[in-house]
Design a protein around this ligand. Structure first.
Ligand code: CTP
Length: 407
């Protein structure tokens, strides 16, 4: 695991198999995980995926040729091999696996494989018979013995119509595995981060409650990103259907009052408090011990008296010493204006706002688009997966926290 703060640099080798058409999606997934990517195509790979498509999604121009004088002048192949934190070959054809296993360096990609000291990953993709062939299996064993990590292949239907092992592992899984193995910048190492997530439930009686549409996904993604950045994370979660990310202390609560108690108890020990939870603003004045019956109600309907829940984030921000406080706001109109006011009113160091009137982002969606508002300005993060949003926010918040600590 590396501890420096630059983005993980991945050299993505693409060889000439049908799965190469997934390379742009793999580049995108790697970038979502925070990596910087230089694609390197073999001559045959260019028959399945264009340089133009890769150029559009990667942050670097794709490389194809060992003898490209212009590209070599800007970063020579040995420099490129040194630049990489990891070399990933996806898809790796039977031919490429064979050449690697024998230490052949007859094009740019295989030369880079020999010249790098970085960990090497291969995601084989080929016809099932080719995969099962004794020669391929011998080559794969050879690569494993040389320290190469082999990802997959998956089982299933193949482009050639056959079934069995040989499909390339899905781009999302490849990206997660490789970036987890090479680590993410540890900008929060040594800090304790307290995160709340999900909705709360305010019970009217033992079976009925008032709640909201929060899925908890953004808060969980945030907790996970903080952990990946090296923080010691406690996650206070309302009722959600999400697995606990490994290495995170989770405290389950149901009501706003329980959430407030859990947070108050832990806030003094936290350096950063991030209030992602959609805390119910009101609870029923009375919670009945027994299930309410229709016959108990008046003929013209039912009236439920509500009382306000205490504001958790405001309470934590209002007491010194206090952690660095970040709030979230979901708005359906005047998003920025309301969020700026909310930040000031609740004395938060920063607030993250999203417009939930757009169905493509927020609540049940796996994507989000937000603006981070802080004392010194505003940062807009356009639509991307919630995990990517979380990772970007962590980088911004870590920088703000570092400045606040100096001030
Ligand atoms: N929040 C909180 N405790 C509450 C209500 C909200 O800590 N009882 C936090 C949320 O976790 C979030 C921020 O306050 O970080 C903003 O929440 P929001 O519901 O948008 O704020 P409200 O003050 O309830 O504003 P609105 O009038 O828009 O409901």
């Amino acid at each position: 695991m590396q501890t420096d703060n630059h983005a993980r640099r991945i050299l993505l080798g693409i060889s000439g198999g049908i799965a190469a058409y997934k390379a742009p999606s793999l580049v995108r997934n790697l970038r979502v995980e925070g990596a910087e990517v230089v694609p390197v195509l073999t001559r045959n790979a260019s028959k399945f995926v264009t340089e133009t498509a890769l150029q559009a999604v990667a942050d670097h121009r794709p490389r194809t040729d060992l003898w490209d004088a212009e590209a070599e002048a800007s970063m020579g192949h040995i420099e490129l091999a040194r630049w990489a934190d990891a070399v990933l070959i996806a898809p790796a054809t039977a031919d490429l696996v064979a050449r690697m296993a024998h230490g052949i360096a007859d094009d740019l990609l295989t030369t880079l494989c020999l010249a790098t000291a970085a960990p090497v990953f291969v995601a084989p993709a080929m016809n099932v018979k080719m995969w099962e062939h004794a020669a391929t299996q011998r080559n794969i064993d050879r690569l494993r013995a040389d320290g190469v990590t082999v990802l997959g292949p998956d089982d299933g239907e193949q482009a050639c119509g056959e079934f069995g092992p040989g499909r390339m592992m899905e781009p999302e899984e490849i990206a997660e595995t490789v970036t987890a193995a090479v680590g993410t910048p540890r900008v929060l190492a040594g800090t304790r981060v307290l995160v709340t997530a999900g909705p709360t439930r305010e019970f009217l009686d033992p079976v009925r409650f008032i709640s909201n549409r929060s899925s908890g996904r953004q808060g969980f993604a945030f907790a996970e990103a903080a952990r990946n950045a090296g923080a010691d994370v406690t996650l206070v979660a309302g009722p959600v259907h999400l697995a606990t990310p490994t290495g995170i202390e989770r405290v389950d609560v149901v009501s706003a009052q329980e959430m407030k108690d859990a947070v108050t108890e832990r806030a003094a020990g936290a350096d950063i408090f991030v209030s992602v939870a959609a805390v119910a603003d009101y609870r029923p004045h009375t919670t009945h011990d027994q299930k309410l019956k229709k016959s108990d109600q008046e003929s013209d309907g039912i009236r439920v008296a509500l009382k306000e829940n205490e504001d958790i984030v405001g309470a934590i921000a209002g007491v010194e010493p206090r952690p660095f406080v970040v709030g979230f706001a979901a708005e359906t109109q005047n998003a920025l204006q309301y969020a700026r006011e909310k930040r000031a009113r609740k004395r938060m160091d920063a607030i993250v706002v999203n417009d939930v009137s757009d169905a493509a982002i927020g609540f049940d969606s796996s994507d989000n688009a937000v603006t981070l508002i802080h004392g010194g300005g505003e940062v807009e993060l356009s639509k991307m997966p919630k995990r990517a949003i979380a990772r970007r926010l962590i980088a911004e918040i870590a920088a703000l926290y570092a400045v606040a600590g100096q001030g």
